[in-house]
Ligand binder design. Sequence first.
Ligand SMILES: [Zn+2]
Length: 334
Amino acid sequence: MINIGDSQSLPPDYCCPKCHGDLAQETNFYFCRSCQKKYPVDFGIPDFRLEDDPYINIPDDHAKGARIVRECRDRSLVGLLEFYWSITENVEAGRAKQFVATVLRGRQRAEDIVKWLQQQKPEMARGSCLEIGCGAGEMLPVLRRIWTNVTGVDRAYRWLVIAKLAAEHQGMDIRLACANAEHLPFRSDTFDAVVADNVIEHQNDRPDQVAFARDALRAAKPRQGFFFLSTPNRFAPLPDPHFNIPLLGMLPRGSAKPMVQLIRGKVYEFIRLLSAPELNALLMEAGGGSVVMVPAQFGDEMFALKSVASAYRSLARKKTFLTVCPVIWALTTK
Ligand SMILES: [Zn+2]
């Protein structure tokens, strides 16, 4: 493990993700005073994970992060992403370009989301924002324009290293922590805003999705604090966003797995798409008060053609479109 410049002092709102006990800070780790669990800090990023990343084990994840720090410290986000895909097995160059473009589109999505949130909540407090599943941190600079303190959490340490280097490159102060979304290392009632873009559909099953939403709401301040999430609509009559198979989400859940295996030769796992009614029920079960759901209010920049953008905009104003819109936005409080 490397340890370069951990300048963060103990943030008052961290707590043990396992038992919510108080943490003590040692040189290279946090330590739970209640359950004694240790959480390493590497490159200034605490690792509060209680479960492995399904794609990479924890030592390999840290080794990859260390390599990114060693070999491309001073690059911008694009340079960092290009390097990342170049050292990632089974990703050919063309596909890597697509991945970079996908990540960068996140910044535009953040602009659209923030614009809508400001319309929905003109009086919202602008003290603190948590992004769950921040990945390479592409949305964080946009959130940082609105909220004074921004924290990004992801279960992939290597992505957080990229987020940290990109933030440093922009001279931006953003706090990052590695954690599982359903076991957040924050005290209850901490954040004015909790945001999760394309995260809930990657929780393995419904109980995990409920646990994720419940913990996000726990971290949000009561009443004026809120939890916003964005997720692909299971019933959108389009190719599904992960395997590009038309109408995959319309199939009974049990049939999607063999279908993906048959058509793409890939394993359908860590994905559970939701419909609008399913998402609503899930958020209520997780303790959400009133839930506002709308078709994603994308701006023109998200579309290749102006005509498509204006057609989408007029559809997105209709309530019935929510049933079949490609992406659902939901906003809830506790
Ligand atoms: Zn503990």
